[in-house]
Design a protein around this ligand. Structure first.
Ligand code: PZK
Length: 286
């Protein structure tokens, strides 16, 4: 880290340049809820996300190349190839939730996809849909149509990103469901390498970039409990926090319960013990 140059901060991550070709993504233990970063950290959260993303990168290499070069021994830092990132977030939805549900309830459509009538909140869609988004001025993601995405990055590139995104989602959602986790939707970020190839970047198929639901509690017709953040949300509701900055400190039992859920997601999906990952993060790469 001595000569890494800080390039930027995300809500819960830091980005550094290692050299002209390599970046370092560092996942912190910060947690956000209702778009506010809380003052209390969840120990090892960044390691869980880093390990899970690396696990998926290795297992989806036949679907798409990705930016992963190495996971550092700290378990929270990913060395990755530097790409030219596309200014479009590639969201795939397999279930009707969040802004997808809101748009459908208003218009019967999500990002230009005409959907069957009569769907309920959290219903599974007949087929997963590609619903691109851009980072708006507000910092919030804004859904856009395929045509708007094409105007931003070119029609062929969007078509390629859509095909790869849907294939990644289908693979991961089927895999996760066998292990008791519904991936309701997920966001991919792609870049282009020097050879002009589309490459998967960022952090993929984690509970921070996706909605994970416990499959054994799935009950469409309303919102679903979050696999990872439900204790935090319940606590925030209980104390009547107004969901604006600053967020509340979390009590130890909420921290412990939330950490346990992140670790459980890691262990269920990877089939590895999290202690084994802490001892040697490269276990997820085998
Ligand atoms: C890249 N971000 C998001 C912002 C973070 C992360 N492989 C790459 N090549 C070039 N740029 C990026 C990546 C990746 N991944 C990712 N911004 C640029 C971001 C702030 C902090 F940790």
């Amino acid at each position: 880290m001595a000569d890494a140059v800080h390039l930027g901060s995300g809500k819960v991550r830091e980005l550094y340049a290692l050299d002209d070709e390599r970046l370092l993504l560092v996942a912190s233990d910060r947690i956000s809820t209702f778009d506010v970063i809380l003052p209390t950290e969840i120990p090892d959260k960044g390691r869980v996300l880093t390990g899970l993303a690396a696990f998926w990168f290795v297992r989806t290499r036949a679907i798409t190349p990705n930016h992963l070069l190495a996971v550092r021994p700290d378990g929270r830092s990913t060395e990755c190839r530097r790409l030219e990132m596309l200014p479009v977030e590639c969201v795939v939805r397999g279930y009707l939730s969040g802004s997808g549900w809101k748009d459908y309830a208003k218009t019967g459509e999500v990002c230009g996809h005409r959907l069957p009538k009569g769907l309920r909140e959290s219903d599974r869609l007949p087929d997963p849909i590609f619903t691109p988004a851009t980072k708006a001025q507000s910092g919030h993601d804004e859904n856009i149509t395929g045509a708007q995405a094409a105007a931003l990055v070119g029609a062929e590139r969007v078509a390629e990103a859509e095909r790869v995104s849907i294939a990644l989602y289908r693979f991961a959602a089927a895999y996760a469901l066998e292990r008791g986790i519904i991936i309701a939707d997920t966001k991919f970020e792609f870049g282009v390498d020097r050879a002009g190839r589309l490459v998967l970047g960022d952090e993929a198929l984690t509970p921070d970039s996706s909605r994970f639901w416990p499959a054994d509690q799935y009950a469409p017709g309303g919102p679903q409990p979050s696999y990872d953040k439900q204790y935090v949300r319940d606590y925030c509701e209980k104390i009547g926090w107004g969901k604006t900055y600053p967020g509340p400190e979390l009590p130890p039992d909420v921290v412990a319960g939330t950490r346990r859920r992140y670790v459980e997601a890691f262990e269920q999906l990877t089939g590895l013990s999290f202690d084994a990952y802490l001892a040697n993060p490269s276990v997820v790469l085998k």
